[in-house]
Each structure stands twice: as C-alpha cells, then as structure tokens.
Design a protein around this ligand. Structure first.
Ligand SMILES: O=P(O)(O)OC[C@H]1O[C@H](OP(=O)(O)OP(=O)(O)O)[C@H](O)[C@@H]1O
Ligand SMILES: NC(=O)CC[C@H](N)C(=O)O
Length: 506
C-alpha cells in the first residue's frame, strides 16, 4: 500500500511493449463519483467528491461533463487538488451532469491513455465510463474484440466494457450497458454518463462499494459516503450487489430513478480489505462504520493476543483505530509513539524496494519520550511485504523501547487480489516468504508477532464467525478462496501480460 508504481513496460523481441498486469505491491484502488444535477456546477461538485476519495487512487484523476449539447473531458496524471481547483479548469467543464474517477492502476500502465473516465462515441450518442475494480476476463474479451476489428485506445481492462456497449444490439443505452457488463467477470463498481442518464452498477458479489446519494433532488453515485459528506449530500442507500441503477433526466426535466437486478439476487460479499485498509474511517460501508469496525478489530486482537506491555502505539494512519480498540480492551495506555509526516504524499515513494524502504523513514518518526524504556505494542492494520513493520520495529528499538510486540489487526496475507487492489506477486508477500511464524517474527525483529484470526476479523466486521460454506465477505487474500473464476490468470498461466504497440511518452 505504497505509492503509484512507475509504468512497468518492457520491450519484447518483436518490438511490442508488454505491460505487467500484476504489480508488485499492495496498493490503493480507484474511486468513482457521478452526479445528475440541476445546476451548472457538476464538475465542481465532482472535483470535491473526488478530493474526498483521493485515498483510493493518487495516480491520476479525470472528469467528464455533459452540458446539454456537448461532452467535455479533462484527464490528468496526479492528484485532484493539482488540477481541478482553479476556476479556468472548471470553466472548461460546464454542465449539470458529470462523472469522475481517481485512479490507481490494476490493469494497464500508469499513462494518460488509461486515465478515466473513458469516453466513446456511439451510434446512439456519447458515453463516458468510470470503473473501480478489475475484470478477471478482460484480456480474453479484449483479444476477441481486437480480432473482430476493435481499435483499442488504452491498455486498461475498463475499456473492454466501452467496446461491448458499442457492439451491443440493444436499443437503449442502459440495456447496452447491462448487455456489456453481463459478459464481464470480476469486481466492479461502474458508473456511466450518457446525454440523459447517470448509470451505476455493482458486480454480482458486491466486491466493490457504491452508494446512492441525493443533493437537493439530484442523484449522486459515489464509491464511499465520505464523498457525499463533503458536498452536504444525503446518503440514500447502498447500491446492491448485482444491481444496475439508472438515473434519467426526462424530457420535462424530471429525474427518474430505475433499478434492476439483471443477474438475480444473492448475498453480498463485500471485500474485507475495504474495512481493513481502503475505505476512509469516516465512511459507512454496507451499513457499517469503518472506524467502529476497525476499533472492533483492535478489540478482538487484544482478546486473541494478550501481551504484557506498558504502551499501545499505532502505526499511523492505518493502524490508529485498531490501536484505540486494543488499548481500550487491554487497559494498556494508548500513546502516539510514532508521528506521521503528512507532507510525504504517497506519490513520493518510488517503486524500487530500496527507495520504498527509505520512504518509510521519511513518513514516520519515533516520538522518543513515549517509547524510551517501555515495553511497546505496535498496532498496524496489515502486513504485506513487511517493509513498514521491519523499519518501524527498528525505529522503535532505536528510540529506546525495551520490548517491541507487533499486533496486526488482520490475518496473514497469502494470496493476491484480482478485483481492484494492486497486490504483489504472491511470492513477494512476507507471509509466503516466511511461512514459519517464528522466522517471520525474527525477520521483522520484534519480540512477538500476532495477527488477528480470520474469525476474529469476521466477528469485528459482521458480528459472526466466517461461514465456511457461504463466506459472508470476499476474503481470498487471507484464505485463497476466490469468489469468481480467474479466467485470464488461468488462461495465461499466472503471467498476465497485455501487449501494446505503443509506449506512451510522458
Ligand atoms: O508490509 P508493507 O508492504 O510495508 O505494507 C503494509 C503497510 O502499508 C500500509 O500503510 P501505508 O503505507 O499505505 O500508509 P497508511 O497507513 O498511512 O495509509 C499499511 O497500513 C501497513 O502499514
Ligand atoms: N484500482 C482500480 O479500481 C483500477 C480500475 C481499472 N482496473 C484500472 O486499472 O484503471
């Protein structure tokens, strides 16, 4: 969960560029925001919504508006605040309707051509599409449509949906949209903007979140409720897993909302990592306060891993709510023994292991007064490669701690994600490098090492243990049980590479 990776493109013998679809570190996802409004300020509201969703993706941001006649698009590499705060940019994006996206790539390189929303001219008018998630059969479908004459403009999995919408024989844009997504597998929260409609959809398992909001009668679709809060919009409800929602501006100006369940109804399986790390603590995901759930994780961890110590110290920011829960349950005082430098953006850190390790020091520093001579319990939300833990344990020891115990408020990560989280190759996960628990503890350099159990995590989030026959959440990173087929991964024997003739400059 570090900074954006650089374009990972490598030349092949025949001169094509290959893009690694399987990055080497666990990172953010993407965020989507859309509004079908009444005022000519849809771009400004979308920029605010995207700003609130910035934690979900820091590589690039884009907004597409429709002003009644014309679609307008601005897509930039970098942060929302770098591009969408000045009046001139917003003036170039007039219109009452808009969708926007913040990106952290999971498929396709970090380049402008992959920045969303993607836009296409269809025979029935234009359509813009923004996607959080990852399709597990996009490469297979992409090969098929290219063979059939499609001209792909990006290397993103999301573009396949746009092509399938264009190829659909259905009449209404919403039916074309449903036709397209019914061919896709994987995890997605998708939103689309046509001349009259704002469309949203969640994958049948509901792996990725999407909520419906309302701002004075204008419907809003957003990845998280924090994007509604920033503009003073009301939370209406979660979009259901497998639901397609169509908000439409009728000829008389009235906005109607229609919902359908084209794939039938089944229980939701929200991604547990939204609760562990991704979502903002002030968001409500599937009816649960992310902050409270994280505190529960810390409470359950304190019950499972009882450590005799003087102080509980979070590794900020991710570990803070769980550390509060741990301290409350154990009765051990909570202190800010590590201070985070908020001016080190996630983008500061470059993707080589050497510089990434350096980045941890830039970001965190020891608050010696709270650590010196103490037995310290460090609490973090997750351990992926172990880079953060290794450095921070050493830092805390250097600050005079007598003992350092690392308590992690999620289970060991043993499997990669293919639904929108950019995870390392499984061989680079520390839990696979050090299968022996004591060896992992020794490598990290702590006196003891504890992970929350899978059941402890389930109870913290949903109140009950995991049902092994019908798991209530998506949890493959901890269990290896994937909720969908992994079509491309199986077809490409684990080595998913997407070939492109173009290596984009800049
Ligand atoms: O084992 P690693 O590969 O080091 O990854 C795990 C670390 O990454 C995340 O933090 P992040 O750097 O995203 O910062 P944040 O907690 O401030 O969001 C997470 O909270 C862990 O501290
Ligand atoms: N992290 C995401 O949700 C990324 C969306 C899409 N798969 C992309 O790479 O652009």
């Amino acid at each position: 969960m570090h900074a954006p990776h650089a374009t990972s493109a490598a030349g092949t013998q025949d001169g094509h560029e290959e893009f690694d679809l399987d990055g080497d570190s666990l990172r953010e996802e993407c965020g989507v925001f859309g509004i079908l409004g009444e005022q000519d300020d849809a771009a400004a509201l979308t920029a605010l919504g995207l700003h609130a969703l910035q934690h979900r993706g820091q590589e690039a941001a884009g907004i597409v508006t429709f002003d009644g006649e014309q679609f307008r698009s601005e897509r930039h590499m970098g942060l929302v605040g770098d591009h969408y705060t000045d009046a001139a940019t917003l003036e170039r994006l007039p219109g009452k309707a808009a969708i926007g996206h913040v990106r952290y790539s999971t498929t396709g390189e970090t380049a402008l051509r992959n920045v969303q929303p993607l836009f296409a001219e269809l025979s029935a008018g234009g359509i813009a599409v923004a996607h959080n998630g990852n399709f597990t059969n996009a490469l297979k479908l992409r090969k098929e449509i290219i063979k059939d004459g499609a001209i792909c403009q990006s290397t993103s999995d999301s573009e396949v949906v746009v092509h399938l919408i264009a190829r659909s024989q259905k009449q209404r844009s919403s039916d074309r949209f449903i036709d397209a997504i019914s061919q896709m597998e994987g995890g997605y929260a998708l939103i689309a903007l046509t001349r009259t409609k704002l469309i949203g959809a969640r994958d049948p398992n509901g792996i990725r979140p999407l909520v419906l909001g309302d701002l004075n009668g204008s419907p809003i679709l957003a990845s998280e409720t924090c994007a509604l809060d920033i503009i003073g919009a009301k939370f209406v409800r979660d979009i259901k897993n497998g639901e397609v929602i169509i908000c439409e501006r009728q000829a008389n100006g009235e906005i109607t909302i229609e919902s359908s369940m084209p794939f039938g109804e089944k229980p939701e399986r929200m991604c547990l990592f939204e609760y562990v790390y991704f979502a903002r603590p002030d968001s409500i995901v599937s009816g649960r306060s992310v902050y409270n759930v994280r505190k529960n994780m810390g409470i359950n961890l304190a019950r499972e891993a009882q450590v005799d110590a003087d102080v509980v110290v979070p590794i900020p920011d991710g570990g803070t709510p769980a550390a509060i829960g741990y301290a409350q349950e154990s009765g051990i005082p909570f202190e800010l023994g590590i201070i985070r430098n908020h001016y080190v953006g996630r983008t500061f850190i470059e993707p080589s292991q050497q510089i990434r390790a350096f980045g941890v020091k830039l970001k965190h520093s020891a608050n010696r007064g709270q650590l010196d001579g103490k037995r310290v319990i460090l609490v973090d939300d997750s351990v992926v490669r172990g880079t953060t833990s290794l450095k921070i344990v050493q830092m805390v020891r250097d600050a005079g701690a007598k003992e350092v115990h690392l308590c992690v408020s999620s289970p060991k990560i043993t499997h990669s994600d293919y639904y929108g989280i950019d995870t390392p190759d499984p061989s680079k996960l520390i839990a696979n490098q050090y299968v022996d628990h004591d060896a992992m503890c020794e490598f990290i350099g702590c006196d003891s090492l504890h992970f929350l159990s899978v059941d402890g995590l389930y109870e913290a989030v949903g109140g009950v243990k995991r049902d092994p026959k019908n798991p209530q959440f998506t949890d493959h990173y901890f269990t290896g049980e994937y909720p969908t087929r992994l079509v491309d991964l199986e077809a490409e024997k684990g080595n998913i590479k997407q070939r492109s003739m173009l290596r984009e400059a800049g």
